[in-house]
Design a protein around this ligand. Structure first.
Ligand code: PLP
Length: 416
């Protein structure tokens, strides 16, 4: 359950101390202390992220990039500072390679549309994997349909690992781009993305990495990965909703046409011709999510302060503890048992419907997710309607895992 790319071993975090900064973790649900194990859907926010949002609106709310007045300059500086923070966090060679988006979904749609319009033609194909989130399937399907291209899929084995032996055959001359998730939100599988990138690059095929479930758990170094595009969401890394990042290599971003037209993305406009702005604004039409961008920068600072290596170490221990604890439940079977796993644990118990189990856990104050987790094709692979998914963050505790296990045992007794 450890990623191949693990950086230098971290030290265990003082979880109780860190939890104190998350107001929601101090609350109760149905009179029970909240046990929040739905972190793959969205993470909770530390007070400093919440404060950054209210601070912007109460102290310097103003539009960015086009104001000469004090407030606008202050907002612009804070907004652009976040771009620098994100660039440093993912080790982007250039700050202008960081494009702010609405989230992972938005980032994938940008590339699917811009890349597809420029480079895809009839008979070409896009290669994805069998364990993608719908966000990394549907935008490609849409553009393939539009361009007469095909969607090809790297198959998965019953452990939830990609069948890498199939890659060389799949990477034929029709493939124009590979889009693959780093970590599966449903199975927790950590894909060998570096190897996939290397093998695709041997055939000069660019790769987009969906890092929605990776950036908060694994040190993301876009240069080390040599990824052409990387996308992720602010809200899954302790930041706000409505903000995300698309990293793209400068050469590719310069090559691609803009996604949306509007203010900010232009250099000059006349009815005859519009010339587009330089990176990153070329891909950022309209007023951005300013408060959210600034708060994302604060979330990045927070992650840097705690240290991703320490988060990884702390979560790794809790993950192993959770897997062992869940194994003590009669009739429980894991869906996804890849060698390298992180954060998400999916399971089913006998023939109990995941929704029924989830509801009973909820009444005990335990938040897990049930259903297909926006990965219907992987449900079809396992021939199941859905799973119960517990997904952990560094602020979860062994006591919470114990409560989950006790809660499940109680639910099983009630439902059997
Ligand atoms: N990709 C993966 C692997 C995800 O887990 C998610 C969300 O759960 C997404 C993409 C979509 O993220 P968002 O809804 O923030 O755009």
């Amino acid at each position: 359950m450890r990623d191949n790319l693990t950086v230098a071993a971290g030290t265990l975090l003082d979880v109780q101390k860190l939890r104190a900064e998350f107001p929601i973790l101090q609350t109760t649900v149905y009179g029970k202390p909240l046990v929040y194990l739905d972190n793959a859907a969205t993470t909770q926010k530390p007070q400093r992220v919440i404060d950054a949002i209210t601070g912007y609106y109460s102290e310097y709310n103003s539009n960015v990039h086009r104001g000469v007045h004090y407030l606008s300059q202050k907002a612009t500086a804070a907004h652009e500072e976040s771009r620098h923070k994100v660039a440093a966090f993912i080790n982007a060679p250039h700050v202008h390679e960081v494009i702010f988006t609405r989230g992972t979904t938005d980032g994938i749609n940008i590339i699917a549309s811009s890349f597809g319009r420029k480079f895809l033609k009839e008979g070409d194909s896009i290669l994805i994997s069998a364990i993608e989130h719908h966000s990394n399937i549907v935008p490609w399907q849409m553009i393939c349909e539009d361009r007469g291209a095909n969607l090809k899929v790297i198959p998965v084995n019953n452990k939830g690992e990609l069948i890498m032996d199939s890659l060389d055959d799949l990477l034929d001359e029709t493939v124009k781009l590979v889009a693959v998730t780093y970590v599966s939100n449903t199975l927790g599988t950590v894909n060998p993305v570096k190897e996939i990138i290397e093998r695709a690059h041997q055939k000069s095929i660019p790769v987009l990495v969906d890092a929605a479930q990776a950036v908060q758990h694994i040190q993301l170094d876009v240069q080390e990965l040599d990824a052409d595009f990387v996308v992720f969401s602010g809200h899954k890394m302790y930041g706000p909703t409505g903000i995300g990042v698309l990293y793209g290599k400068e050469a590719w971003l310069n090559e691609l046409p803009p996604y949306q037209g509007g203010g900010d993305m232009i250099k000059s406009v006349s009815f005859k011709k519009t010339t587009y702005n330089e990176l990153p604004l070329k891909f950022e039409a309209g007023t951005p999510s300013i408060a959210e961008t600034i708060a994302l920068g604060v979330a990045v600072d927070y992650l840097q302060e705690i240290g991703i290596a320490n988060i990884q170490e702390t979560e790794h221990q809790l993950y192993a503890y959770a897997v062992d604890a869940l194994k003590t439940i009669d009739g429980l079977r894991f869906i996804g048992e890849a060698k390298n796993r992180a954060a998400s644990i999916s399971f089913l118990i006998n023939d109990i419907h995941p929704f029924d189990l989830g509801e009973i856990l909820d009444k005990q104050g335990i938040a897990v997710r049930t259903g297909h987790h926006c990965t219907e094709p992987i449900m079809q692979h396992f021939n199941i309607p859905g799973t119960v998914r517990a997904s952990i963050a560094f602020y979860n505790t062994q006591e919470e895992i114990d409560q989950l296990v006790a809660g499940i045992k109680r639910a099983v007794t009630m439902l059997s």
